[in-house]
Ligand binder design. Structure first.
Ligand code: GDP
Ligand code: MG
Length: 183
């Protein structure tokens, strides 16, 4: 059943969610894939993934998004980044915790070391609904993205703000890259 379903898709894209623990990776994914949000923090054990089909122009793209646990860090066995080989990443921090923003350089180094060269990375500042606890300015996110040549947006998995846009931006960029390559 899944196979015949696969045949109807023009492309299969893989992407991975990375970033420190509790920044909202699992909730961003469940919001995108199932439109669900969970208030309790459930540690993600190992790696899980979800699918969603997206139409870009006249093409049907199947996006396979991998969720990861955030405990592993640069220097340890980069098993979660291994899944980004030939894939793309949504790199997530929490706008209410500066430390998660400060970790981004390490995460970027890791994905660039182990990911494919044409890796698409979208930087996501999550929890924009908690503006009163903000520790990272919108401008800081924007400048880092500019410096590192990444797409950027702030999201709220809780309020469902920009979640769709962040994933779609990533998928559209992968699509553009793959079209470019095959020409
Ligand atoms: P992960 O460890 O990166 O997968 O983070 P989770 O998705 O498990 O979320 C960690 C905690 O942050 C949970 O308590 C979520 O309910 C909460 N959370 C996630 N996204 C948001 C958001 O956009 N806004 C708010 N206020 N809380 C969020
Ligand atoms: Mg998680």
């Amino acid at each position: 059943m899944t196979e015949s379903f696969d045949e109807e898709c023009d492309y299969l894209f893989k992407a991975v969610l990375i970033g420190d623990s509790a920044v909202g990776k699992s909730n961003l994914l469940s919001r995108f894939a199932k439109n669900e949000f969970c208030l309790e923090s459930k540690p993600t054990i190992g790696v899980e993934f979800a699918y969603r089909n997206i139409r870009v122009g006249d093409k049907l793209i199947k996006a396979q998004i991998w969720d990861t646990a955030g405990q592993e860090r640069a220097g340890s066995e980069p098993s979660q980044v291994r899944t980004t080989r030939g894939a793309s990443a949504l790199l997530v921090y929490d706008i209410t915790r500066k430390s998660t923003f400060e970790s981004l350089k390490k995460w970027l180094k890791e994905v660039r070391e182990f990911g494919s060269r044409e890796l698409v990375v979208v930087l996501v500042g999550n929890k924009s609904d908690l503006a009163q606890y903000r520790e990272v300015n919108l401008e800081d996110g924007r400048s880092l993205a500019q410096l590192e040549d990444l797409s950027f947006m702030e999201t709220s998995a809780k309020e469902n703000l920009n979640v769709e846009e962040a994933f779609l931006q990533m998928i559209t960029r992968i699509y553009q890259l793959s079209c470019h390559k095959s020409m």
